[in-house]
Design a protein around this ligand. Sequence first.
Ligand SMILES: *Cc1c(COP(=O)(O)O)cnc(C)c1O
Length: 404
Amino acid sequence: MSKAFDEIRNEEQNLLCRSYSRYPLAIARGQGSRLWDVDGKEYVDLLAGIAVIALGHCNPEVCEALETQAHKLWHVSNLFYQREQLDLAARLLSTTHHDKAFFCNSGAEANEACIKLARRYMRKIKNRDACEIISLAGCFHGRTLGTLALTCRDSLSDGFQPLPDGFRQVPANDLAALEAAISPATAAVFLECVQGEGGIVPLPADYLRAVEALCRKHDILLICDEVQCGLCRTGKFWAFQHAGIRPDAISVAKSLANGLPMGAMLATAEMAKGFEAGSHATTFGGGALVSAVAAKVIEIMLRDDLAARAGRLGDIMREKLIDLQSRHPQMVREVRGQGLMIGIELASGGRKAWQKLIDNGYICNLSHEKTLRLLPPLTIDEKDLDDFTKALDSILSEMEAEKN
Ligand SMILES: *Cc1c(COP(=O)(O)O)cnc(C)c1O
């Protein structure tokens, strides 16, 4: 490790709460699909700030939108009407069957909005005392107390109990378990069509359609967390659209403002009746600056049909990775994903492969110590994806040689 890196690491130990386990990298600069560390070493970024930098680092058009708005208006609070929120809402809603938007600042907050709206809709519109939300094992919905309860993973809630009541979880891909869990207390089923933090696990389309049918049968809400899999990443604008289902609400965040903190809930007009003036609020939600930036992001996604691009590059990439798997059947257990949301599960040596990728100038995520998780910018060059696959190929060969 370099002197510049050691300095920044030591300073952080003095100054910041210990809540993150960092990669052994200190990043100084980014452009497009490239990052540079404090020593000037260049990396191909296949993580994109965890699916946030969909249009690449410092995208010039987004920079321009940011700069223009920065000299006009940043924030006035939601006590005022603001054109910027409406331009963004209209663009976002043009991509889906939903009718209404609520803006906030993160994925967890977008999910909190969904939970609150689901409960309030049941109580106030349906006159049912239904507050319970059912989630699926392997999910991740955030780190607030409510979304931790929804996520239902002991390792994440360790030390934080008590969590709010009214959440239960069933195994994914098990309709009988889901139906058995539904009761008069149930308000909604909450799911990610492609589980992200869970290690890139797409839920089968017929399972999703069957879940929707169960929700309709029992007259409960279906909510899709599109925070990671939404916004073009899987090859359609929204991941739920692959299955042809119509969730009552979705949550959005991560790449919505290409790196500025922003979240949204999109809901049908019917479900949106659950809120009235004063029901829910957040100071920064939909501020003029982030809204103007997000509106530019959505404009570019639509104009350049980045959904189709992600689908096409994802198909090519997965084909190459399956080819790689056939060359390293002992090392690669499974290649999963949809569009540019790709998981490469290794049989062993996940951390070693991940570290060697970094040494070779490729940044990706390591999930559960075994799955290399790729969430590159949707604008990444096909050649960068090819080069990554070649680098991984030689790394796996090296590791095989070391074993023998
Ligand atoms: C990242 C993520 C969240 C949480 O988003 P934050 O902005 O970190 O609060 C929620 N759901 C999914 C699917 C995510 O990937």
